[in-house]
Design a protein around this ligand. Structure first.
Ligand code: G5P
Ligand code: MG
Length: 229
């Protein structure tokens, strides 16, 4: 039974390593929203070597933003497939152009923005290792590979990009802030932005949980079909 409860559409924003994925999984589990991660779709396309995958590989490997038109072409069909369902977007939109494209098609109910201190992000991301073939990401502290230095699926060696080294990281995080600012301002002007600050996901989560509980008192009826990536 769909469409009996009011649909709920949300997005979560935050710099690399801010906990978007971790929090999205908790939201999807607790509130039964469909969860769509732009990074997951990109890595899926890279692994499948689709046309889009080949196009985006270098950007993703270097932590650079994928061009807007490629990104919207990847995300919009996924949203079309979810018509009549409630969803949460993780990592999209990231630029004003992406936000405007999304805005022209869907009205978001809520945008969650994570403000995590640069020092914390730097510590988390400098521990990040990548499988270059697929774009799979590991964190040596939080989610290490089963065998040190090897990808869980292929057993191939993991690498650390120059971009995840401290100086480059600071530049990327500053760049995130510049690009995100107009997006955040847009959602603030629409009255749907909710910002959360802190250094630990576990401490931020209860606030997000209670906000969502107040805005979404009952689980959407399509809850059971959640297909988080
Ligand atoms: P992604 O996949 O969106 P990023 O770089 O934005 O990737 P990432 O790494 O996925 O961000 P996250 O989802 O914000 O981070 O955070 P997470 O995965 O939950 O947590 C990060 C790490 O910290 C994890 O190992 C987690 O276990 C750990 N962690 C979480 N909470 C805590 C805590 O409290 N304490 C500690 N110690 N650790 C914690 O995008 C990838 C690339 O795709 C492209 C870009 O190239 C991007 O770089 N891309 C786009 N390009 C253009 N437009 C878009 N819309 C794009 N979307 C993706
Ligand atoms: Mg993520």
């Amino acid at each position: 039974m769909k469409n009996m409860a009011k649909l709920f559409r949300a997005a979560i924003m935050g710099p690399p390593g801010s906990g978007k994925g971790t929090i999205s999984e908790r939201i999807a589990q607790s509130f039964g929203l469909q969860y769509l991660s732009s990074g997951h779709f990109l890595r899926e396309s890279i692994a499948a070597k689709t046309e889009a995958g080949v196009q985006v590989k270098t950007y993703v490997e270097r932590g650079m933003l994928v061009p807007d038109h490629v990104m919207t072409r990847l995300m919009m069909p996924r949203l079309e497939q979810l018509s009549g369902q409630s969803w949460l977007l993780d990592g999209f939109p990231r630029t004003l152009t992406q936000a405007q494209t999304l805005n022209s098609l869907y009205q978001l109910d809520m945008v969650i923005s994570l403000n995590i201190p640069f020092e914390t992000l730097k510590d988390r991301l400098s521990d990040r290792w990548i499988h270059p073939g697929s774009g799979r990401v590991y964190n040596m502290g939080y989610n290490p590979p089963r065998v040190q230095g090897k990808d869980d699926v292929t057993g191939q060696p993991l690498i650390q990009h120059d971009d995840d080294k401290p100086e480059a990281l600071m530049a990327r995080l500053r760049h995130y802030k510049d690009v995100a600012k107009p997006v955040i301002d847009l959602y603030k002007s629409q009255g749907i932005l909710h910002s959360f600050s802190g250094t630990e996901t576990d401490r931020i989560w209860p606030y997000i949980n209670s906000l969502l509980s107040s805005k979404m008192p009952t689980k959407p009826l399509d809850a059971c079909q959640s297909q988080s990536p």
